[in-house]
Ligand binder design. Sequence first.
Ligand code: NAD
Ligand code: UDP
Length: 338
Amino acid sequence: MANILVTGGAGYIGSHTCLELLHAGHDVVVFDNLSNSSEESLRRVEKLANKSSVFVQGDIRHQAELDQVFQAHQIDAVIHFAGLKAVGESQKNPLIYFDNNIAGSVQLIKSMEKAGVFNLVFSSSATVYGESNPSPYQEDMPLSLPNNNYGYTKLIIEQILEKMALADSRWSIALLRYFNPVGAHKSGQIGEDPQGIPNNLMPYVTQVAVGRRESLSIFGNDYPTKDGTCERDFIHVVDLAQAHVLAVANRLNNKGCRAWNIGTGSPISVLKIKETFERVNGIQIPTEFTKRRVGDLSAFYADASRAKAELGWQPQYTLEDMLADSWNWQKQNPNGFN
Ligand code: NAD
Ligand code: UDP
């Protein structure tokens, strides 16, 4: 069993991953500046796991804070979630994204190198495939520039990590390219808790369901898809968390830099999400169709065969589970962790 440092571990995907790591018998040190999360998520993780973890409040851009963590704890591997993720905000304030995501990751790499820790799992995104690749996306497709600054930071960090592994054979790096994470832990104790108006589909739907928003706007119904709305590859956050547990195990036994898609491989339309949510949960979601959102691709989904073959990872949860679990979290926590 290993001692894992989880940057951004108090956030949505991080908290679910901490729980799965604890369940798997690992020790966990969370490092998070709480800029988009609350320590309450970690208290709940500890309760669910019936095991404690260490929490350090700090910022990945601050060398002294990171170095201190590596000095205080014997870390075997790092899972790196910390970063900013709002596409619209990244267009308005690119520098904040370059600083938090790119400079923050470079600082983390420096502190890891100094501490002699070379196993890293990085939160990447399907956005690195850019606009011209056909779905299903395969890991060895040539990547292309994403159409927004958030996606650009993911591409740059991937490339930096690849170059680190090429230059120094001690590195072992996993690039996990997430598709669209949704859902929540079955208990309804932890889940996605966006600040302000949600940018993403799923939290918007659950906030309409709980009465915090009036209606869902579906951005465009004239796409070249079956029902005219965009199609995405939605993945249950607990399946995604499991992929991290397997990726850490893989990295502790291998060298180099390797990318894996983490998605189901099935495209699901935005309209189908709304209709299935209504059917599974027995709640109507008032909806209107509005114009397309700038930058949205019509459809994308994963070829997830590499993660199955090499990590032994396969999604366990259905679309119905994703939508029931998202709602279970939201109805038990109408105002998130507040
Ligand atoms: P989140 O905002 O819930 O979690 C990110 C965490 O990082 C938060 O707890 C935040 O407080 C922390 N953080 C941010 N900047 C930090 C800094 N400078 N120093 C220390 N901590 C910092 O987001 P999430 O949905 O859990 O996403 C986790 C990771 O996965 C992110 O890197 C995100 O870009 C990536 N990702 C997310 C999605 C998605 O749809 N949710 C898709 C693809 C990739
Ligand atoms: N979407 C929507 N209404 C919303 C939020 C999102 O119709 O309020 C659509 C969006 O146009 C996209 C899909 O839902 O086609 C998924 O969007 P999200 O922002 O959740 O993830 P993305 O695929 O952009 O990373």
